[in-house]
Design a protein around this ligand. Structure first.
Ligand code: FE2
Length: 418
């Protein structure tokens, strides 16, 4: 039996101890008695591990490796056009090496759950094979879910739909799509029907790149929501991006939000990525590229934040730091009132877990795996305001890593008393 003590435990009023047996949380509370080993956490905040619910692990670091001249002008559609050139150079070994580097970026900063979209518009399935291997090889340090993602379209790419189906047979966990990139609305809608049919047929979850454009006429989320509402599949479905919903007319948006509540559809926003990619055809005012995060939170619609890219043709930056994503997101979405701050950490933890549909085994609760992280602060407000780092990540009761808070050789001395 192991006990972590002297902690501030997120969402557990007044509890300061976690008792662990065989890698599982036995109890959370106060004065939990003695244990074989007791670890003092120095009054720091303990939360469930970060979840990055949308990351392209087959694209990470390809920008630096394959294209020395930069990411062009920086529009989404330009990046999609660039990708096939990069894809020609993929090998399983190279894809694994770059993905491992990015996984290390994320896990070393507190992530323990990743959903990755892997491009399957490739008859060789090079990236998918690499990722299926890694999902298994790294399962003790990180949970990876793989989305069969047709980057070049189910119909724009000849045979794309069938490649998605084959990827599901090969072991992908989720069905993806990109309806706004199909060559006409009719084909985008057809792809949404395919996505839901494939998910039901193979018993998979759904995560669609949906309406990643400023065009308010891109409304594929409406059809996706309707189909999963009718199939009672909303809780297992995520609409990623939905940037256009940020440009939608209010009367349409509020009608849709009522329907999202009924279906229990999940949403993911990528604040840094889409702030960079969207608004490119605007002069001024310039849109933020973000869906209606604040209104979703107020309506009880599940919304999570994600990294999306690390140094790829879509986005040159990115380092797997979910606190950076949260910091950008709460500025862009304007969610910093005292009540909102109390829930903001959920955007990179519990809400992402709901998108991954792992809420039954994720979180700080008795009987669940003893997975958690220790942040360098003592309250949600404190860690968010200071963009606090992760001091330790614990998985099944054991340290994945542990580090000290910053120590100075020479400490700043203001020379005045206060
Ligand atoms: Fe994406």
């Amino acid at each position: 039996m192991k006990k972590f003590t002297n902690a501030v435990i997120y969402g557990q009023n007044g509890a300061n101890e976690i008792l662990i047996e065989n890698g599982v949380i036995r109890s959370i509370g106060k004065n939990l008695g003695s244990a074989d080993e007791t670890i003092d956490l120095g009054g720091k905040l303990v939360i469930a591990p970060y979840v990055d619910p949308h990351l392209h692990l087959d694209y990470v670091y390809t920008l630096s490796e394959f294209e020395k001249t930069g990411a062009g002008s920086g529009t989404l559609f330009e990046a999609i056009e660039m990708w096939p050139k990069f894809k020609e150079n993929l090998t399983i070994e190279g894809a694994k090496r770059r993905a491992i580097k990015a996984i290390k970026d994320e896990v070393s900063q507190g992530v323990q759950y990743i959903r990755t979209h892997i491009d399957v518009t490739d008859p060789n399935f090079t990236a998918l094979k690499a990722m299926l291997e890694l999902r298994d090889e790294l399962k003790d340090i990180v949970d990876i879910q793989i989305v069969a993602f047709p980057q070049e379209g189910m119909y724009t790419y000849k045979g794309g739909r069938d490649l998605v189906e084959e990827a599901l047979r090969m072991g992908a966990d989720a069905v993806g799509g990109i309806p706004h990139y199909e060559p006409a609305r009719e084909f985008g809608e057809k792809s949404i029907h395919d996505i839901v049919e494939l998910a039901v047929k193979y018993d998979k979850v759904i995560d669609v790149h949906c309406d990643e454009t400023d065009d308010p006429h891109s409304r594929f989320v409406e059809l996706l929501n309707a189909l999963v509402l009718m199939e009672d599949y909303g809780i297992r479905t995520t609409a990623s991006h939905t940037c256009s919903f940020g440009s939608a007319d209010d009367s349409y948006a509020y009608r849709m939000m009522d329907l999202f509540k009924k279906s229990k559809l999940n949403f993911i926003a990528c604040p840094t990525e889409n702030a960079y990619l969207q608004g490119r055809h605007d002069t001024y005012p310039k849109r933020r590229g973000l869906t209606r995060v604040k209104e979703f939170m107020e309506s009880g619609i599940n919304i999570a934040f994600a990294q999306d890219s690390i140094n790829d043709p879509w986005y040159p930056m990115g380092n797997g730091n979910m606190m950076n994503i949260l910091d950008n997101g709460i500025h862009l979405a304007q969610i910093m009132s005292p009540g909102e701050i109390e829930k903001d950490l959920d955007l990179i933890t519990y809400n992402g877990a709901r998108c991954l549909h792992i809420q039954d085994r994720y979180g700080l609760e008795e009987g669940k795996d003893a997975n958690f992280i220790v942040l360098d602060g003592d309250s949600p407000f404190d860690v968010i305001r200071n963009r606090a780092g992760v001091l330790a990540s614990i998985r099944k009761g054991e340290y994945l890593f542990k580090q000290k808070p910053i120590e100075y050789d020479v400490e700043l001395d203001l020379g005045v008393a206060y």
